[in-house]
Design a protein around this ligand. Sequence first.
Ligand SMILES: [Zn+2]
Length: 198
Amino acid sequence: MVSNAFSLLYLCFRVYELNSCFSLDPCTLEPNQKKMNQPQLWKDTGAVSLSFDDGSASQLEIAVPTLNQFGLYATFYINPRTETDLAPWREVGLSGHEIGNHTVSHICSRNFGWSNQKSLETTSLAEIEDDILLAEQHLRNLLPEQTERTFCYPCYQNHVGEGLYRQSYVPIVAKHFPAARGTDVPLRRSRGVDSRCE
Ligand SMILES: [Zn+2]
């Protein structure tokens, strides 16, 4: 079990290294915040946060018990769909882990090739905000004890529309959440596109 735990932690750290998750996403910060926040966040002690996306069964079966065994806490960004059995996540939240908002529909760029799903390119700011707030409503019903939560951008992408009509939805997230997590490293790696901080 110990070796499993270390494997899990090693995997987590690798994921964080890849996804630049040791801090608030620099792409969501204004230029002056980039100068101010990173030194302040890392000053003296530094910080590491653990997060898991999408609420997979393996997180309930392996990650949560392992974290609990070693007294570690993480954020689980789930997509609270009505047809999903969310009850186990209530227990996870009550045990001290953060249950984060990852939207209901998990809309990503069509560049990922999931052609049968709605894409960010055809989504409006109003639609993405509705999806975020619907998830928030479900999470509040699930776990009213948790009064505040963070947000994770699905596929680590923070825009809607395309071309002349491409818009950041960072301001919408900033309106509803104290912090958000995201990076576009997976997309850049898979497509050879350098879209960082667009
Ligand atoms: Zn996700």
